[in-house]
Write a protein that binds this ligand. Structure first.
Ligand code: NAD
Ligand code: UGA
Length: 443
């Protein structure tokens, strides 16, 4: 099929490259000419395993990028919307989605023949048949279901393993306003493993499935973090041992309905310094915001965010066991990316930790093996180290925020440097016995 994708970020580019790999012909559209130029020279603007290889294989053949949305829509049968949907003032900001839909509608006005528009961005339930449909119909002068098809196909990939998540999904959620749209979606994914469940449904249900999926992951993490706090208060109980015990429980298979005990549910019970990223925090915030607009208080999800915020205080509390004051203390943050194997720093727990440290007068150094968030406002007055060695050479406190593999060398490196800083393990990946002074979440 001929496909255009509007918005070429983490989701748009991975979707484009993977659909090209499936044999489709794909044009990725973005307003950022720098990104478009990079893609057309087969260079990936993001750090994502396996993406460069796909781009090398398909750019110039079945994959290209452009800033010309109208031309891309005119030349393709299916158009995905994959622009950002940030949270602003406690609710979702749909302005990018609406703008993209209007532009697509403008292009459809002059296009003969039938086209299908599919929302892939994570949008609040009701958006596709509400804001998106209205913008498309207004700008095109056509009616959804007659002049064009309209659907919602949420994406469940996670950064760091996005290419393999997209290529081997655990489910495909195909939301459409009519049978014709469902057929288009089925055809799009016809090359995927037949055993992958296809959930054929309405756009609004598809939207709700996506939000509920992220909300349950965030809830699992905050649940584990709350239990970890209690473990710490009780003493002599390790939260990881507790979660290992919980993992064995049969009710994950029977109650949640999967046949196998696999990710994502059970892999989201790792206590730590909290969830970050461009999705879980904003999506839970957006759901709470939609609840508020409908006159509902979503207490559970509010608590999920409160517990998450509180994990930053847990880190500070662990440091205060050793330092009465942080004035002038040298503190190194290991990891700025919100998780390993990505260069994405959006909503990383590193930033609130850095803000607290700075307020208390600490001298902060930060190091990340991949992320280079130069110019980020929270990094003013923070030394950005070029290597792990440089980062920890003078540290009195080292806080591990992101579980990058490289950080497993920390114990050996400190020994070599003859340093004995306080090590605060925000992800519980280090061996407590390997350090002179160690603190870990939930230990
Ligand atoms: P992103 O910020 O990386 O990319 C969005 C891109 O859209 C940017 O490159 C931007 O320049 C472009 N854009 C904005 N307006 C445009 C327009 N009118 N025309 C053309 N391009 C335009 O965002 P992302 O992380 O890829 O997320 C996109 C959506 O997918 C969000 O709704 C997000 O919640 C959802 N999602 C993200 C992930 C993830 O892991 N990042 C996973 C699943 C779902
Ligand atoms: C998340 C979901 O996992 C994806 O399924 C979803 O498609 C995506 O959001 C989205 O909608 O955009 P992502 O944000 O890439 O993916 O990363 P996760 O692996 O979910 O990690 C999010 C945060 O939670 C990270 O900061 C991670 O360190 C933290 N986390 C994760 C924990 O603290 N404990 C855990 O047990 C798991």
């Amino acid at each position: 099929m001929k496909i255009s994708i509007i918005g070429t970020g983490y989701v748009g580019l991975v979707t484009g490259a993977c659909l090209a790999e499936c044999g489709h012909d794909v044009t990725c559209v973005d307003v950022d000419p720098g990104k478009v130029e990079m893609i057309n020279s087969a260079r990936s603007p993001i750090h994502e395993k396996g993406l460069s290889e796909l781009m090398e294989r398909h750019v110039g053949r079945r994959l290209r990028a452009s800033t010309d949305l109208a031309a891309a829509v005119a030349a393709t049968d299916v158009t995905f919307i994959a622009v950002g949907t940030p949270a602003a003032d406690g609710k979702i900001d749909l302005s990018y989605v609406e703008a993209a839909a209007s532009e697509i509608g403008g292009a459809l006005r002059h296009k003969a023949g039938y086209s299908t528009v599919i929302v892939k961005s994570t949008v609040i339930p009701g958006t596709t048949v509400g804001v998106v449909r209205a913008a498309l119909e207004r700008a095109s002068g056509k009616i959804a279901g007659q002049g064009f098809g309209l659907g919602m196909n949420p994406e469940f990939l996670t950064e760091g393993t996005a290419v393999s998540d997209f290529s081997y999904p655990d489910r495909l959620v195909l939301g459409g306003i009519d049978a014709r749209t469902h057929d288009v979606l089925r055809e799009l994914y016809s090359g995927f493993d037949k055993a992958v469940p296809r959930i054929v449904t309405s756009p609004t249900t598809a939207e709700m499935i996506k939000y509920a999926s992220n909300a349950v992951l965030a809830t699992m993490i905050s649940f584990s973090n709350e239990i970890a706090r209690l473990c710490r208060a009780v003493g002599n109980v390790d939260a990881a041992d507790v979660m290992r015990g919980v993992h064995q429980a049969g009710y994950f298979t029977t109650r949640i309905g999967a046949e196998r005990v696999t990710a994502p549910i059970v892999s989201f019970l790792e206590p730590g310094c909290g969830f970050g990223g461009s999705c879980l925090p904003k999506d839970v915030t957006a759901l709470i915001g939609q609840g508020r607009e409908k006159g509902l208080t979503l207490n559970l999800l509010r608590s999920v965010l409160d517990v998450n915020k509180g994990q930053i205080d847990e880190i500070m509390r662990l440091i205060r066991r050793h330092f009465a004051s942080l004035q002038g203390v040298t503190v190194t943050i290991l990891g700025i990316a919100f998780k390993p194997d990505t260069d994405d720093v959006r909503e990383s727990p590193a930033f609130p930790i850095i803000r607290k440290l700075k307020i208390e007068g600490a001298r902060v150094t930060a190091y990340d093996p991949v992320a280079r968030p130069n110019g980020h406002e929270d990094l003013t007055d923070v030394d950005l180290a070029e290597s792990l060695r440089e980062a920890v050479a003078n540290a009195q406190v080292v806080i591990l925020v992101t579980r990058w593999k490289e950080f497993s060398q920390l114990a050996g490196l400190l020994k070599e440097l003859g340093r004995r800083p306080l090590v605060v393990d925000g992800r519980r990946v280090l061996d407590p016995e390997a350090f002179a002074h160690y603190e870990g979440i939930g230990r």
